[in-house]
Design a protein around this ligand. Structure first.
Ligand SMILES: [Zn+2]
Length: 128
């Protein structure tokens, strides 16, 4: 059986099946040439760790704004420049089952969510 949904290793967005990938669909890792070229850096891993560390400092059901993580990793630098890398890291963590991306306190699909999002640790065994 073909899995029709794969997730980009860089931006965490779903990759839609395309005919040109028919023979090596299981090996497709990136949604675009831009993501393949960008790849993942040590900084991207630091951003994932910063998101998890911020969440672990809070109550189990507390959430953070992506900008909290962006400010943390930017230090004295420009935190706004970190917002897109933070959102990408959040999507990767969500796909890995580590966190939920929420709006109005409910988990949302990051492919279709519009507007401000918040992040919180996935609560194991507390499926809503
Ligand atoms: Zn991508």
């Amino acid at each position: 059986m073909i899995r029709l949904q794969r997730v980009c290793a860089v931006c965490g967005r779903s990759i839609s099946w395309r005919r040109k990938w028919a023979r090596d669909w299981e090996q497709v890792k990136y949604c675009s040439d831009a993501c393949r070229r960008r790849g993942l850096s040590a900084q991207d891993r630091r951003i994932e760790e910063a998101i998890l560390a911020l969440l672990e400092q809070r109550a189990a059901d507390a959430s953070i704004c992506p900008s909290d993580a962006a400010r943390q990793v930017a230090g004295a630098g420009d935190w706004r420049a970190q917002m897109e890398p933070v959102r990408m890291a959040a999507r990767r963590l969500q796909r890995d089952g580590r966190i939920d991306i929420t709006q109005q306190g409910r988990p949302v699909d990051p492919d279709t969510a519009k507007g401000p999002i918040r992040l919180r640790l996935r609560q194991v065994g507390l499926q809503v």
